[in-house]
Each structure stands twice: as C-alpha cells, then as structure tokens.
Design a protein around this ligand. Structure first.
Ligand code: HDD
Length: 719
C-alpha cells in the first residue's frame, strides 16, 4: 500500500506510540492521548477536560440546554433572566488575552531533555546531575515582529524559548535562532520594537522590516548590524522550526556546589540540519499557507518524526571575559567555535504536540528570571533589563500575579512562600502565618541554604568593580562591524547573494533616500563588496571602501547552506501524476511507498481526487514541497495548449518551473520530460531525468541525495 502523508502520519504514529488515539477529520473525536511518550511525566493530565459523552453545563456546573435563549414567547424578546445566555456571551467576550508584545506568532511542543552525563563538576543544576536524567521541556518557536495572526514565513529572527521543568524548579532559556542580538542595553528595546513593528500611522507593513522606520533605526544604531545580517541571510526564513538552531545569546554562569563558576553560552544544534527557503518561496508561502511552520512541526511530531537538538555549552573561565577581543557581556557578539569549542551536554527531543493551543502555547509565560540553583546570570545589560521586562509583560497579559499557577507554567515541584492572593489565585494556602520570620509555624516556610534545602545561590565569584554610576556604554562594546564581517565572510557565495538580495528588497521598500544611503554606509563598514552590490540596485554611486574593520577571517557553523541535511525525515515530496493514466497512478504509488520508507512525506497530485490521489493540482504549488517528481503518463498536462477547468492554466508546469527556480530537486520519468521542456529546463545538478523503464531504487537514491542537498545553489545568479 502506498503511503501518502496522511497514511504516513497515522502509520508512523501507530508504530511510534502504539495505539495513539489522535485522529483528525471524519467526525472522529480528538482526545488527549493516553499513551505516554518519553519524558512525559503526565503532570498536565490532571488539568485536562474530556467533553466526550457528557451534558453541557454552565461554568458553575448546572446542566443546561443552551442552544436557544430564554424568550418571552417563541417570537418574543430575550429575557435578562437568561443566566445561561449571559454567562455564555460574557465568557465569549472575554476569551482573548493581549498577545505578546513581541514574538506574538509562534507554535510550541512538549518533549524532554536528557543529560549526557553528570555535570556536577561544573554546575549544581540538578537536571544536569546524572547521565540519562530526563527533564520535561516545553519549547516555543516564534517570529518577533508579526502579530499573532501573521504569517510564518516573515523574514525575521526566530524565538527559541525552552522551559525545563526540573526537579528543582522551572528553568527557562529564552533564546533565539541566531547567537547575537540587535542591542546591548535593554533601554533601547522599546525603540527597536517601535521601529520594526508596523508604522503607527497606518499600521503597515505587518511582520516585516522592509519599511522606513526599521531601517532608519538599523542605520542609526550600528549595534543592530550583526543580527540584521543574520536575519537577512537564510536564518531569517528557515524551512521549518525543526531546521533551526537555538542560542541562549547572553553569557550565563554555571556554578557548582563548591561555588566555583564558569561562564557559559548555550547552543542547541538541530539534528535535522540547517535548511532555509529562498525569499520568493517565502513570499508565496505567506499567502498559500501562512501556517507552514506550525503545520510542519505538528505533522512531524504526530507522525513520530520527533525533532531533536544537541544541547551544548561553550565553557569559559571567569577571567576570559575580555580574552578574545570581545566582551562576553556584549550580546551583539558570539564566541567563534575556533576559540571555544562547544561541549555537548545533552539532547532535547520534541515528542508531543499540545492538546490546546491557548491553554498551553498562548499561556506559556517564559522569563529569563526563571532560574535554578547551579546557574547564574552575567552583568550583560540587556539580560539585566530582560529580567524586569518579562514578569511585567506576564502581569499585563494575565491580568494578575498568579500566572505561574496556570498548568503550563506550574513547576513540577511544590511552591511554598508567603506570596498571597491576587486575581485568579488557584491554591488555598492552609497556613495563616504568611510572613517570615515567624515562630508560630516553626519558622516555616524556612529559608534554604546551600546544604539544607539546596537553595539557589549567586556565584560567589561575581564582583562589581569600584566605579562611578554612569549612563554610558562600555568602550569594550563599541566594535559593531568586525563580527558581522566574520559572519558574511563565512557564508557561501550564493548565501552572500541572498543577503545582498534581501537588503535590496528591504531597502526598495524604504522611501527615504537618506535612510537608504545611511544603511549602505553602515554595510560599507562591514564589507565594501556588500555595500557596492546593494548600491547598484538603487543607482547609487559605489561607495569607496571604509576599511577600518575589514578582515579575511571566517568561522565555522554559521552558514545555513554549507552542509547537506543528515536526514530527509518529514521532508515533503510532491509526486505529479495524472488521473487519466492508471499506470501513472501506479508509478506514483510505488515512488510514494519507497520515499515513505525513507521517512519522507509524499503527496500525490492529480487533476481531481480519486483513490490514489492526495491533492488536486488546483490546490498544489511548488512551495508546498521540498522536491517534486513527475511520473510517466503526465505529458498531456504540460503542453502550452493544455487548458483544464480543474486547475489554473499551466499549474502542473508551474510546479516544475517554480521548483526549479526555488532550487529544489526535480525528477521526471518517461514522458514527463515534457514538463522540463515546457519550462525550458535542461539537464543540471538536481534535475533527475529517467526513462519510462525506470528503476525505483535508483530514482529514490538520487532524489534522497537531492533532498539532502536541499537547495541547488548554482541555479541562483551571482552579481
Ligand atoms: Fe524578549 C518575548 C527572546 C531581548 C522583552 N523574547 C521573547 C520571546 C523570546 C525572546 C524567544 C518569546 C517567548 C515565548 O515564546 O513566549 N528577547 C529574546 C532574546 C533577547 C530578547 C533572545 C536578547 C538576547 N526581550 C529582550 C529585551 C526585552 C525583551 C531586551 C525588554 C527589555 N521579550 C520581551 C517581552 C516578551 C519577550 C516583551 C514578550 C512576551 C513575553 O516577553 O513573554 O517581555
């Protein structure tokens, strides 16, 4: 039997998790699964509600028939007395909470972290205290600028917020998919966000930095240059959340039981490999499927293709803080792996989707201030400001201080303190002694210390130098151009071109010529080549080199296009077939089965839905797939004169043409070669031409390599 995406989802789910009760459509109930996956401690189960085979009640529990309001006669006015109607409408009117001020658009999943070893030599953090120790995690991915209903493929930095529900309290690493940030001081954060969000006069554009205020801010605040270049590269438009890395960005501290501390930077390396789309693809996807990233994550997890990251740290001495010509307190810099290699400390796996988006994802309230014993902050001024902002934001979103009691935010350990009351208090504090120090309750809750109660402690090595109070920036923070150049130098040429093209696109949407010029002047401090290529697009004079920060160094691990993907699991292949040819459908089914055996998802496309066809041409587009194969028997679909009322003109050919233009692998079998001719595509890397007497094994092997290459970069012009 062939394995379409839908059957793959169900089959893999069955294999991976025995009888998973997840089902969708066909009137089947969507139930919370009862089969536990690795790392799931079942904590949330106590809060779940199953509405199967029960009567509707009011919020206060009275069974009701609520489909009709109470009226004075069947055609008379509705009565104020109708408490069922009033509470239902009132509840509805209050369903929304404010979306996140930034990172409003996102998706999340549950999973676990597993420590590779006992790391107690460097940290007293209990979740790192034993080999194979598992800790539940909840990871939320996001874009930054767009509102909650914006599209996934907005070009942006991506949030990577991880909560560890450790046995010593919750620990949040609220990171991003790039290792650096735009700013060095939290004081500027509202300015950055005001500049990149839609402009206030007309609230446009949504989820885009391609506008005047954003680039005005960037060009006047050079600390933004480094992160900006990452965002303009492939990292700004990833293929999926599964194909991004995560970074803690700031320098933190590991502190062991003896009080010895090290400086650390977190890295989460995707085991799916880094993969990014190209801009024209992203633009089309934002209209075709604005939920592209969240759908990918959901489908991958439902099908048992659990995304995984290796978690590592760069471990540095306290005395290294200025060692490499960069200040480790400056979040606009990363530490090249050539200076400090990454020590892998564990793995993180996402293996469970949320049951309810609002209850879990929307109410997840992260904070860099959710810290556990064994970890400590640094004096990074951006981090210090964040410690205030997140709790404040949660108070606004939740309308009160009890947001930590919401199921998704609750720690897995009991909470004891003298904090009391507030809107939405969920607990009934039993103890009338809500103060310390007390004698009436034996001094309880007691104060933990290092030995008793394993209390949190600040790294003893932290020192403040004797200095005057200043509102100033450290001179060690002032080189804004050396590292962006290091990043740019380290990209492959086609990727550098993508940066050039991205900046050209964004600045083309900037109306102010002065802002364009100021932006090019900043880029010119990074690279004269980059600045000249951008200037060319605007008919501006090529700037002379501004060479103070120029160098030829490179670093490993920052390019999104340098390495083939290690796996094609949960990548999606479109198989173009024809409903008018039984043999074409049979061939498509055989290919689909062989690709599914390699872990890929497949969608068989036909003119209309019949048995063996998953999707119509009318609803298909190249952007839905990581690669396409057209099978024998489809020739009739590609001729220029072939029009059909079942799909827009030339849709089958445009799927092939656009796949080629987006750099995807394209395979044709037998008379489907006509599809290539119709688009004037000739033999080239990633174009697989097979005779009608094809060998499935060979095609699949070729195509797997093509999918792993992911983007055939020679198809993109360089200038
Ligand atoms: Fe932030 C959310 C990441 C600087 C203020 N931030 C937020 C989220 C991520 C980050 C991933 C979404 C969390 C979630 O999924 O719910 N933010 C970062 C990183 C930063 C950073 C990696 C720099 C290294 N942020 C930063 C600063 C400030 C904020 C300097 C304010 C001074 N961030 C917020 C916020 C948000 C937020 C307004 C919005 C929603 C929330 O906190 O919970 O408080």
């Amino acid at each position: 039997m062939r394995q379409s995406i839908i059957t793959a989802v169900l089959l893999n789910a069955l294999i991976a998790r025995a009888a998973c009760p997840f089902m969708d459509g066909n009137g089947e109930e969507l139930k919370r699964r009862t089969v536990k996956v690795a790392g799931d401690d079942g904590f949330l189960d106590q809060f779940t509600v199953d509405d199967t085979d029960v009567y509707t009640t009011t919020d206060s529990g009275t069974p009701v028939t609520d489909h009709n309001s109470l009226k004075a006669g069947a055609r008379g006015p509705t009565l104020l007395e109708d408490f069922v109607l009033r509470t239902k409408i009132t509840r509805f009117d209050h369903e929304r909470v404010p979306e996140r001020a930034v990172h409003a658009r996102g998706a999340a999943a549950h999973g676990y972290f597993e420590s590779y070893a006992d790391w107690s030599n460097v940290t007293a953090a209990s979740f790192l205290g034993a080999a194979q120790k598992q800790t539940p995690v909840f990871l939320r991915f996001s874009t930054v600028a767009g509102s909650r209903g914006s599209a996934d493929l907005a070009r942006d930095v991506h949030g990577f917020a991880v909560r560890f529900y450790t046995d010593a309290g919750n620990y949040d690493i609220v990171g991003n998919n790039v290792p650096v940030f735009f700013l060095q001081d939290a004081m500027q954060f509202p300015d950055l966000i005001h500049a990149v969000k839609p402009q206030p006069n007309h609230e446009m554009p949504q989820a885009a930095t391609a506008h005047d205020t954003a680039w005005d801010f960037f060009s006047q605040n050079p600390s933004t240059m480094h992160t900006l270049l990452w965002a303009m590269s492939g990292h700004g438009i990833p293929r999926s959340y599964r194909h991004i890395d995560g970074f803690g960005v700031h320098t933190f501290r590991f502190v062991n039981d003896e009080g010895n501390s090290k400086l650390v930077k977190y890295h989460f390396k995707t085991k799916q490999g880094l993969a990014s789309l190209v801009w024209s693809e992203a633009l089309t996807l934002n209209g075709q499927n604005p939920d592209f990233h969240r759908a990918d994550l959901f489908e991958a997890i439902e099908s048992g293709n659990f995304p995984e990251w290796e978690v590592g740290v760069q471990i540095m001495e306290e005395s290294d803080v200025l060692r490499w010509g960069i200040d480790l307190l400056d979040p606009t810099k990363f530490v090249p792996v050539e200076k400090v290699p990454i020590t892998p400390i564990g793995k993180m796996v996402l293996n469970r989707n949320t049951a309810n988006y609002f209850a879990e994802t929307e109410q997840a309230m992260y904070s860099p201030g959710h810290l556990v014993r064994g970890i400590d902050f640094s004096d990074d001024p951006l981090l210090q400001g964040r410690l205030f902002s997140y709790v404040d934001t949660q108070l606004n979103r939740n309308g009160g201080p009890n947001f930590e009691q919401i199921p998704i935010n609750r720690p897995r350990v009991p909470v004891h303190n003298n904090n009391r009351d507030g809107a939405g208090q969920q607990m009934i504090p039993f103890n009338k002694i809500a103060y310390g120090v007390n004698t009436l309750n034996g001094g309880s809750p007691k104060q933990a210390n290092q030995n008793e109660g394993k209390g949190f402690f600040t790294a003893p090595a932290r020192r403040v130098v004797d200095a005057a109070y200043v509102r100033d920036i450290s001179p060690t923070f002032l080189d804004y151009w050396t590292q962006p150049r290091l990043f740019f130098n380290s990209l492959v040429p086609a990727e550098q071109q993508m940066v050039v093209n991205a900046v050209r696109f964004e600045l083309a949407k900037v109306g102010s010529v002065d802002v364009r010029k100021a932006s090019i002047a900043q880029l010119n401090k990074i690279s004269n080549d980059l600045a000249k290529r951008v200037a060319l697009a605007f008919g501006l004079e090529a700037p002379a080199p501004d060479a103070k920060y120029y160098h030829n160094s490179t670093t490993a691990g920052v390019s999104a296009f340098r390495n083939p993907l290690p796996t094609i699991a949960a990548l999606k292949v479109g198989i173009l077939a024809s409903t008018s040819s039984k043999s074409s459908l049979a061939q498509a089914a055989a290919l689909a089965e062989a690709l599914a055996a390699k872990g890929a998802f497949t969608v068989i496309i036909g003119e209309y839905i019949v048995d063996g066809v998953d999707q119509t041409y009318a609803a298909s587009d190249a952007v839905h797939f990581d690669g396409v194969i057209a099978v024998d028997g489809t020739k009739g679909l590609f001729g220029l004169k072939t029009a059909s009322s079942l799909y827009p003109n030339q849709r089958p050919a445009s799927i092939i043409r656009d796949s080629f233009l987006y750099g995807k692998p394209v395979g044709v079998i037998g008379d489907a070669k006509e599809g290539l001719s119709a688009c004037s595509i000739e033999a080239a890397p990633g174009i697989y031409i097979n005779d009608a007497t094809y060998d499935v094994g060979k095609i699949i092997d070729q195509f797997e390599q093509g999918l792993k290459t992911f983007k055939f970069l020679d198809r993109f012009a360089l200038d």
